[in-house]
Write a protein that binds this ligand. Structure first.
Ligand code: ASP
Ligand code: MG
Length: 423
């Protein structure tokens, strides 16, 4: 059994959906059936976030919702004739969504309501893709993943209940895969009481890994609009290098530092069951792409990773006392409490600095909670640069003409925080 994951770009219009059909058709016929995980089409998730935001603020969301309808109906018209039952299915989904949107209230339950709305992107995409596959005689069946991937109710960042999920996959998904390909949604899960959760933005890769782990799949392939796993974002760096083979460990670390190519949670379930992960281009399906697996390799090309919208916060004791362990534990407790992840930290005699993702609202509350103890300064709009497996030329290249606010290096990793990003 194999798992394929198609992201938003790979189903962004009718031509893209056809291409997915071609990829599935061209799989060796002796192959077992494939579990296909699909994300929302194109930029639908962003569109749904906008619709939800308006509904939450009790504003008129009709126009934003109509844009999404038009976008999906255009794809339907390009793929199917007017009589096809898929129109009714899509209409039903939009109707359910609209009915829900009218019940959205400006309450404390922002995240909970967000999940109920934003999940429609994947529901729509999976219905359309499944119908299209059947239409071109690729045998497939649609699966609602929400009763299968059981999660807690930490909305927008739900945690998987592995035991229940494993059982559900065993009982309800494996049998389906004996007969046909299965098309299901990325990014979604469900609670015990039937509500929808999401696994975090860009979480469909993670979904593919969850299914692969529970199915003991032979491999996972993530189909992308780039050739494979690259050493930098090609939108920012003109001369990227493709890693042909790379270890789980190396990939996890890159994802941790902010490489956006794979969702950071994806690797663990694969690594623990030693399932190889292929990253391939849906534009060049024949090309080998990257294989990420349990392997050792020599030093690889330096990876350039950027995290934008960073904030550097520094703390000093009010009376110029030294920063000690007790101060640090106060700071760490507050960081954890306000859910700030430390991307980089450093301490000196009288000050301690952390670099975190910027969130205006939480930062304000965080600072308020500590301002009796410390003098706190912060800078926003910063970029955290990481070079993994650096060499001197790579450092020279990246630091050129940049004002560096903080810098750190270990044996394998060089990082700095700067006011200047890359345009
Ligand atoms: N559609 C979701 C998002 O855009 C999940 C995903 O694409 O992986 O965040
Ligand atoms: Mg997406």
């Amino acid at each position: 059994m194999k798992v394929f994951k198609f992201g938003g770009a790979s189903v962004k219009d009718a031509a893209a959906v056809r291409n997915v059909g071609t990829i599935l058709k061209s799989q060796p016929p002796d192959n077992n059936f494939i579990l296909v995980v699909v994300s929302a089409m194109g930029k639908t998730t962003n569109g749904l976030e906008q619709v939800f935001e308006q509904a939450f603020q009790q504003l008129d969301f009709t126009s934003a919702l109509n844009n999404l309808k038009q976008y999906h109906y255009q794809i339907l018209q390009d793929l199917f004739t007017a009589q096809h039952p898929v129109y009714q299915q899509v209409e039903n989904l939009f109707q359910q969504l609209e009915t829900y949107l009218l019940t959205v209230t400006a309450s404390d339950f922002y995240d909970k309501q967000y999940d109920q709305v934003v999940s429609y992107g994947e529901l729509l995409a999976s219905v359309i893709l499944n119908e299209y596959l059947e239409h071109v005689e690729v045998p497939s069946t649609w699966l609602d993943c929400r009763p299968i991937i059981r999660t807690d109710s930490i909305w927008r960042e739900a945690k998987v209940d592995w035991n229940l999920t494993q059982n559900n996959v065993e009982n309800h998904v494996k049998p389906l895969l004996q007969e046909k390909h299965v098309v299901t949604q990325g990014f979604l899960g469900g609670t015990f009481d039937g509500l929808t959760t999401t696994l975090g933005r860009e979480g469909s890769d993670y979904t593919a890994a969850i299914f692969a782990h529970c199915l003991s799949a032979q491999s996972v392939t993530i189909w992308k609009d780039v050739a494979g796993l690259l050493n930098a974002d090609p939108k920012l760096f003109p001369d990227t290098v493709l890693y042909q083979e790379i270890s789980f460990q190396e990939t996890v670390e890159m994802a941790y530092y902010g490489a956006s190519v794979i969702h950071p949670k994806t690797i663990k379930p694969l690594a623990t069951s030693r399932i190889p992960l292929y990253v391939k281009s849906f534009l060049q399906p024949e090309a080998p792409g990257t294989i990420i697996h349990d392997c050792r390799h020599d030093k690889i090309a330096p990876a350039f990773i950027l995290k934008q919208q960073q904030c550097l916060i520094s703390f000093q004791e009010k009376d110029f006392a030294f920063i000690n362990e007790s101060n640090l534990s106060t700071i760490f407790a507050a960081l954890a409490n306000y859910r700030f992840r430390i991307n980089l930290m450093q301490n000196s005699a009288i000050s301690f600095s952390v670099c975190t993702d910027y969130d205006a609202n939480r930062l304000h509350l965080f600072i308020q909670s500590l301002q009796d103890h410390f003098t706190i300064h912060y800078n926003t709009g910063l970029t955290l640069f990481t070079i993994k497996n650096y060499d001197e030329p790579s450092i020279t290249r990246l630091t050129k003409e940049k004002e560096i606010l903080l810098e750190q290096r270990t044996r394998t990793t060089y990082q700095f925080v700067s006011k200047t990003g890359i345009s």
